[in-house]
Design a protein around this ligand. Structure first.
Ligand code: FMN
Length: 516
């Protein structure tokens, strides 16, 4: 089974690390004349517009983020308005701005380079207002396009080895990654970005589904070829990454799988020419699951328990009491979210604000690779610059105890500037949150697909941090980093771990949005 040959992951991971020298010796430049289209367009299919006046959930953002686990019992099906809300607040256009390279359509969730390489599809049975079919979501028009008529949910049930949440879902969203749309800028590192950018989008999707009273979860275990065939993807360009079943039917049997013949549908070319990065195709192939039997076993259910040294000094988190939490709804917060472009280095945040962010972002994510509910693949390490009630320094977040362990005290703004790819944002932030993971343990448990899982989980937690920060009217931004230097900075505690993700939180200097 190629998923178990985990050298493939190490080849990809080590081969796509950023270092001081790799950045300086990279001859890559942005070819603006060949910039990819930000949307997948099927020109020969008529759009089915979504209703415009979709009711808001009224659920406070912090509650929506922290409570994504609804019971999978009884019958609860999304209607067309629910689907419109979920898709729009996951991937819809929330703002637009002119840029020297052209118009930029900013979306509901943060995305590396504002390149938006994640596409969403819906596979449904008959719903109120929507006939059974396979649909593509177009964020530019907030519409669906019917790719296949009829009920194909049985194909997803079979592809997931009859995972009950998928087998009994009235509708399942499939998220895919389009290599070139992101690789135009980031080259082979895009496969990591697939995980991050899926993750931020999924943080929104889980929160808005929960706020809509619809259970949902992330499913990474599926036979790749089967799901890609349902969407008729050209897999050298675009691949399915995860499924998100929405709601639950009372049907006891999922519909029988159907023949998914090639569709040969025309789509508009993204660019005049595309560059293929073999390292990503190899990583994807090595982390693909080929049979239902493999799907049933790909990820053991034991918690990944890491052994940590005892706390030298720990500060307990002190989240805001419920009655003092901001009440802005999840829709309001998603609508106003945007990555901070400049932080004010003279400002600080409170320990209560930081605690509320960490607490609500790490309560657990419903996902097949995070069972039993509550386990986490990524460990959070912090560089604290300006948090009232915390001494500046490097910390480890002891999630089980909800405490921050001081690893080393000191002013580390210069180090943060360097670790965050020599950008000012991590130096001026109030706190930088680094995501590190013990890749060896994860790969041992889940094979190469564990690499998809760990990147995606980081993106989900990062996406929740964005929302929890903006709910409290703070700023945040995802960042990229020098891999090995991050590990070196947090060692010896972080010895043998790998750097996965970075996010900075602070007080924004002024409101403006631009693509990094
Ligand atoms: C994983 C991740 C990494 C990012 N890395 C950087 C970065 O290194 N520098 C930067 O200025 N912005 C970075 N961003 C912010 C993106 O540029 C931003 O999300 C994108 O332009 C969309 O804008 P918005 O977040 O305001 O909607 C990152 C975002 C994500 C999600």
């Amino acid at each position: 089974m190629k998923n178990r040959d985990t050298q493939a992951t190490w080849r990809y991971h080590d081969g796509t690390k950023h270092s001081y020298w790799s950045i300086r010796s990279d001859p890559h430049f942005l070819d603006w004349a060949n910039r990819p289209l930000p949307f997948k367009i099927y020109p020969t299919i008529e759009p089915l517009p979504f209703p415009r006046d979709v009711p808001q959930t009224g659920v406070a953002a912090l509650s929506a983020i922290a409570q994504p686990l609804l019971p999978w019992s009884g019958e609860v099906a999304p209607d067309l308005q629910d689907l419109a809300r979920i898709l729009y607040f996951s991937a819809g256009i929330t703002k637009q701005r002119k840029d020297p390279g052209g118009e930029i359509y900013f979306r509901a969730a943060a995305c590396t380079g504002a390149l938006y390489e994640i596409e969403l599809y819906v596979v449904t049975g008959d719903l109120k207002g929507l006939d059974a079919g396979v649909y593509h979501f177009n964020p530019a028009e907030v519409s669906l396009r019917l790719l296949r008529k009829g009920d194909f949910r049985g194909n997803l049930a079979r592809a997931t080895a009859l995972r009950p949440t998928v087998a009994r879902a009235p509708a399942t969203i499939i998220c895919t990654g389009t290599y070139w749309r992101n690789a135009w800028k980031y080259q082979a590192r895009t496969y990591r970005h697939f995980g991050w950018d899926h993750g931020t989008l999924l943080a929104n999707m889980l929160a808005i589904s929960a706020a809509s009273g619809l259970p949902s979860e992330i499913v990474l275990g599926f036979v790749d070829v089967e799901v890609n065939n349902v969407l008729d993807l050209d897999t050298r360009r675009e691949v399915a990454w995860c499924l998100v079943p929405i709601g639950r039917t009372s049907e006891h049997l999922s519909p029988a799988p159907r023949e998914a013949a090639a569709l040969g549908l025309e789509t508009i070319a993204l660019s005049k020419r595309e560059v293929e990065y073999p390292a990503m195709l190899e990583m994807h192939d090595a982390s693909s699951l080929d049979s239902e039997q493999e799907v049933a076993q790909w990820c053991g259910k034991q918690p990944v328990s890491a052994s940590h040294t005892t706390a030298s000094e720990a500060v307990w988190l002190q989240p805001l009491p419920k009655e003092e939490e901001p009440t802005d709804t999840i829709e309001e917060v998603i609508q106003r979210r945007g990555s901070s472009r400049k932080f004010d280095p003279t400002k600080s945040i409170t320990l209560a604000e930081l605690s509320t962010i960490l607490d609500s972002a790490t309560r657990g994510t419903p996902a097949d690779f995070l069972e039993p509910f509550g386990i986490q693949l990524n460990d959070l390490y912090l560089i604290v610059h300006a948090v009232q009630g915390l001494r500046p320094g490097a910390y480890f977040f002891r999630r089980q105890q909800n405490a921050l362990e001081l690893l080393k005290e000191g002013e580390f703004r210069a180090e943060a500037y360097h670790l965050g790819l020599e950008q000012q944002l991590p130096a001026d932030a109030c706190v930088d949150v680094f995501f590190l993971a013990d890749l060896n343990r994860i790969l041992e448990r889940c094979g190469n697909r564990g690499y998809r899982a760990v990147q995606l989980e980081a993106g989900v937690i990062g996406g929740k941090i964005y929302l929890a920060a903006y709910a409290q009217r703070l700023g945040a931004t995802g960042l990229t980093f020098f891999d090995d230097d991050v590990i070196h900075f947090f060692s010896p505690h972080a010895k043998d771990k790998s750097a996965i993700f970075l996010l900075a939180i602070g007080k924004p200097m002024k409101k403006s949005r631009e693509a990094f």
